[in-house]
Ligand binder design. Sequence first.
Ligand SMILES: *[C@@H]1O[C@H](CO)[C@@H](O)[C@H](O)[C@H]1NC(C)=O
Ligand SMILES: *[C@@H]1O[C@H](CO)[C@@H](O)[C@H](O)[C@H]1NC(C)=O
Ligand SMILES: *[C@@H]1O[C@H](CO)[C@@H](O)[C@H](O)[C@H]1NC(C)=O
Length: 612
Amino acid sequence: MNWLLNILCILNFLISCTKAQQEYSANSVLNCNNKYETNYSCNGRNSTCQAFLIFRARNPYNSVPGIAALMSSNISEIARINNVTRLTFFTPEREVIIPVSCSCSGLYYQAKTMYYIPAPIETYFMIANGTYQGLSTCNALQRQNIYDEFNLRPGLELQVPLRCACPTAKQAAKGSKYLMTYSIDVGDDILKISKRFNVSVKHIVEANGFLNENPLLFPFTTILIPLPSEPSNLDTGNENYTKPVKSFSPPPAANFSRGKSKRNLYIVSGVATGFFLLLLVVFWVILLVFFKKRASEVPCEDILVEIANIDHVPKVFKFKELKHATLNFGSKNQIKGSVYRGVLKGEILAVKKAITDISKEVNMLHKINHFNVIKLCGYCEHKGSFFLVFEYMKNGSLREWLTKTKSRDTISWKKRIQIALDVANGLHYLHCFTNPGYIHKNINSRNILLDSNFRAKIANFSLAKETDTSGTTRKVVGTTGYMAPEYLETGSVTSKMDIYAFGVVLLELVTGKDAVIVEEGGETLLSVAVAAVMEGENAETVLDGFIEAHMREDDDLEIAFPVASLSLRCLTREPSNRPSMEEMVSCLLKIQVNVHKTEQPVRIETMDIGGV
Ligand SMILES: *[C@@H]1O[C@H](CO)[C@@H](O)[C@H](O)[C@H]1NC(C)=O
Ligand SMILES: *[C@@H]1O[C@H](CO)[C@@H](O)[C@H](O)[C@H]1NC(C)=O
Ligand SMILES: *[C@@H]1O[C@H](CO)[C@@H](O)[C@H](O)[C@H]1NC(C)=O
């Protein structure tokens, strides 16, 4: 079979040679399992050339230095061609022209760049489609990197081949000097794109081997746009172009406010932001003197605001401020218990009243900076009462969401697995990447909060302990249904107790049920009930019946069963037999890949051997 495919590929290559153009790969590039080469054939007049890419500015890749580093492009060149300064921050979704050097590597063109994995939750698909916006593909990434999908770890360096091409002799004869790789956006069609870049529809159709002038285009796949000259500043270059609705341009200063940039944080975890802000610090230090003299050109303080974010130094609030922000701790602003919603300087925050001394929690949280751990913005002491101010989590606790939401669409597997991964990543970070390491000691679905994008963050660190002070305690405190047997029996405190509790949270995500099931006959622990189900006869069918009705679906078991099995490993009685959080992250990633596969939309079966 393989030799046949090879022959077809070579045939395809020869045919595209004679046709002197590239074939649009349609949505086959979104399928990470297909074996076809996704880069453009090396069929141009020159084997090396200057090429251009269009990249949409998105946090944290929204500044000239940040984008240059991501794309291995030249800062000065990006600044020149986009007619901006070297330190410009772009408004979200602003299209940025990236000059790259394109060259043949074997039979295919590519522009080479490097990517350091910043966070533990990345997959090849996320890197290709999310970070690189379709300018690279998961196939190409898999082919050029030795790492297995499930061994992608923070800090690894990946080779990223970006899609580019050089004009063919025919195109050059027709006056096209450069090819620009453009990633299709939702709502794009050839006519719009042709107007946008002032290139004839005919040229675009020819360059991509389209059969007609209105071909089916798939978002996040690329097309080539032949250009007679260097592209110039997109925002001012063409009056005919009306910006798509979703591209908005707030006044430049607004773009730098903490609130705005925070909204985009879900794209890449906070770790990535930190990394790039660090890069910015370097630029800032070098250029500070320079820009002090020319402060009117680049808003210097705004860069400082971004840099201040790295530290996450919690602010000390005045009691008056908090009182005002929460409308005097009024019932209208009460979220739950002693937690209030407050608006401080236009930003929504959560204010938590604490009875006990909070210094331990404050000292701990200000050292912790992870996307999956709730961010402490500040605190306040007033006449013996203490207040903690946190980022506001719009969708409340995981428990509330599982209980309240009754629509099957909202509680999708995609969301549930993402939440599991978020918690696993947060715990992995707490256990292994902080110094000292921490044990949360009170992981449960009420202490896992969901932001506006249903991304999960671990909250309530009032019981947390440093790993090196772990040992045994006589005072057993925690939440019923989540406490590990060794902790209940001997007071033994290790990170394995968080893993046990995480196992229970996983079961809640599978079944929708609470950790303690209250029935007429009394109380049953969810962990005990599910273990009985899984060990009994017809486990799959019984498990299906056990899942709450509002969460049940026909193909549920394909995912429910493996997740339930995974959680039982966390619930193993012997602590040393429980998996580490690192192992959990990697298992959940595998499950996530399957979820995405089953949810993948249209697939074109002909794929790119269509040319034959
Ligand atoms: C590309 O090839 C043509 C013809 O072979 C040559 O004239 C031109 O200088 C080359 N361009 C570059 C950038 O090498
Ligand atoms: C690809 O990335 C875009 C954002 O750039 C996202 O909206 C889209 O859902 C992603 N595609 C898939 C299949 O996840
Ligand atoms: C668009 O391209 C044509 C040549 O194809 C050129 O004459 C015209 O000036 C261009 N318009 C703009 C606004 O760049």
